[in-house]
Design a protein around this ligand. Structure first.
Ligand code: M6R
Length: 596
């Protein structure tokens, strides 16, 4: 979690670069933010709250700076508070440090420094870093040596950047937290993620674990832990900065929901050939057909993985899905010829990375199914398949879930052989059918009817099971209301006790996913006075039992849940909107969860 940005150069106003970068990184954490600029001395401003709180604290005429760093925080050690916001500095105020990650040995370091007379102001793990650096400076080290020495003492995960009073250099180091360098014409950038500086440059270097970087206006030097210069490769990023704006929508989430037809189209491009009824994923050309598949993922990506595993099992490949945080290769057998697939939008989720690293150690073949080019998952797995959804800024995953499902359908088909005509046709029609759902949805009216409900339940069978879980997760995270998703058959084994006339039940009743049986469950809740919203491709079947019907077009049964999910996304969005929630940045959450 947390996002960091850094810049040195004379091509742009340092303050502008930092604030623009922080707004591009706010999805990573937004409970406080801060900046430090070097201008002979150090100017540090930090505030609890969203970026706007920091903006209001800045001097009206701007701030001069030769270099600077910034941070947007998602608290791990110490509550959101000005004093816990980054940058942190040491007793002499000669260095400012921003950090993303967790320093696991900070208690021991704090005790050691306290014994040397150091007094700490914050509750954070990060504050030990500037203290360590200043202790080295006081002992006569130059800034670079002091920075390296301090970082060498750290255990845990970090992307760290530091600036020193009287210097235009930005120093950085990385271990298990993302850090990317941007190479501009008139200066150099660093950030946790590319969107932070994409409007200035698209040429990037991904720092590897254990590497250090020194950024000056005219030079970037990357070194290893011993100080030996590392040869780096410069990549050009294809993302268009326009993609990351709100384009007239009130929230990124609703914009991204509407981008789904395009996102799916991009995922399918050059991979599906309708004439020859073939599916070819170039990235997977060297992937041997696995004997079995294990998926590891979290949150929404876990729901996509549930869907992918079902598709594979149906095609005869044993496939299991694990919550990444529960995947432990010491406990879970990984048979030879197993493919372990990490489904992760960001490619940086710590739980998923840890599971994938375990799978690598256990000798499995690993595949990253991710959205982010050059992410940790993409770099550390044996194979990578990109879902090509484009940047997703809203914390709630929407278009990336659709693209993950489509990518998983392509993966299932790639490893199991020739797809049926209806499967290929279903894929081809999908972008237009999603557009139809978006255009015709009555979600806004339904959300208005049920915005004050006590709780929301989502049920579905077979392909729709994963979407029931996803519908509930979306509702919880952006409305802060109680919501649960169930395999429809499970309702009567306990959750039915929760059903009342104040708990609308969203039931997905669609062809190919046991509609008659789900209808039986609909009748059970209807008999207990619960309002029913049926999401269906068979209106006549459900109409007698439903208060509202949300239609989805007919298609191959494997793709109906992708369409049904769009209806559920819209319901959650409009309930959250009616309740005035912070839709793009729900409380307590962050887009990229880089702590375990
Ligand atoms: O980047 P990842 O796909 O690995 O993220 C995993 C989850 O944190 C994520 O899917 C989360 O559940 C969603 N943002 C919720 O909408």
């Amino acid at each position: 979690m947390c996002g960091i940005i850094g810049y040195t150069g004379d091509g742009n106003d340092v303050l502008d670069v930092l604030m623009t970068g922080l707004s591009g990184l706010e999805y990573r954490g937004y409970d406080s933010a801060g900046i430090a600029l070097t201008n002979g001395s150090l100017s540090i401003y930090k505030r609890q709250g969203e970026l706007s709180a920091l903006e209001s604290a800045l001097p009206e005429g701007g701030l001069d700076g030769e270099a600077g760093i910034g941070h947007t925080r998602w608290s791990t050690h110490g509550p959101p508070a000005d004093v816990n916001a980054h940058p942190h500095t040491g007793p002499d105020g000669n260095v400012a440090v921003v950090h993303n990650g967790i320093i696991e040995n900070y208690r021991a370091l704090r005790e050691e420094l306290a014994a040397d007379g150091h007094v700490f102001e914050s509750d954070t793990d990060t504050e030990v870093v500037p203290h360590l650096i200043e202790r080295e400076l006081a002992a006569g080290a130059d800034p670079e040596a002091a920075f390296r020495e301090a970082v060498g003492r750290l255990e845990g995960s970090y992307a760290i950047a530091a600036v020193f009073a009287g210097s235009e250099t930005v120093y950085a180091a990385r271990n298990e937290s993302p850090l990317v360098l941007g190479l501009g014409e008139d200066g150099h950038y660093l950030a946790s993620d590319v969107p932070a500086f994409i409007e200035y440059t698209d040429r990037v270097i991904y720092l590897e674990d254990g590497e250090f970087a020194r950024l000056d206006a005219d030079e970037v030097v990357v070194t290893d832990a011993d100080g030996t210069v590392v040869e780096t490769s410069v990549e050009t990023i294809a993302w268009d900065p326009e993609d990351a704006g709100k384009s007239g929508y009130d929230h990124y989430m609703i914009k991204e929901i509407h981008e789904q037809p395009d996102a799916i189209r991009k995922c399918l491009r050059e991979r599906v050939e309708e004439m020859t009824r073939s599916i070819t994923v170039e990235e997977l050309a060297n992937l041997d057909a696995p004997e079995s598949v294990q998926f590891v993922a979290c949150g929404t990506s876990y729901h996509a993985a549930l869907y992918g595993a079902r598709l594979l099992r149906e095609r005869g490949i044993p496939a299991q899905t694990f919550l990444a945080s529960e995947y432990d290769v010491d406990e879970i057998p990984v048979p030879p010829e197993t493919l372990v697939v990490g489904v992760t939008q960001s490619g940086e989720t710590a739980d998923t990375m840890s599971a994938l690293r375990g799978a690598n150690r256990a000798g499995a073949t690993t595949l990253a199914l991710t959205n982010v080019v050059g992410s940790s998952a993409a770099r550390e797995c044996d194979h990578v398949m990109y879902i090509r959804a484009g940047p997703e800024i809203g914390v709630a995953a929407t278009k990336t879930f659709a693209s993950q499902q489509v990518a998983l359908a392509l993966l299932a088909s790639t490893v199991t052989g020739a797809p049926s005509q209806s499967f290929v046709e279903g894929l081809r029609k999908l972008p237009d059918q999603v557009r139809t759902v978006l255009d015709d949805s009555s979600a806004r009216e339904i959300a208005e009817t049920y915005e004050r409900a006590d709780a929301y339940f989502f049920i579905g069978r077979k392909y729709n099971e994963a979407v029931a879980y996803e519908g509930a997760l979306k509702m919880k995270e952006i409305t802060y209301k109680h919501a649960e998703g169930f395999a429809a058959g499970e309702l009567k084994h306990g959750p039915l006790a929760l059903v009342t006339d104040r708990t609308p039940v969203f039931a997905m009743v669609t062809q190919g996913s046991k509609p008659q049986k789900t209808l039986g469950n609909v009748k059970e809740v209807e008999a207990r006075d619960a309002p029913v919203v049926a999401v269906t491709d068979s209106r006549e079947l459900v109409e007698p039992y439903a208060d509202f019907v949300m239609e989805v077009p007919e298609t191959h049964p494997a793709f109906t849940p992708i369409l049904a999910n769009v209806q559920l996304q819209l319901i959650s969005y409009w309930v959250a909107n009616r309740l005035g929630r912070s839709i793009d940045k729900p409380r307590n959450l962050a887009k990229s969860v880089t702590v375990e």
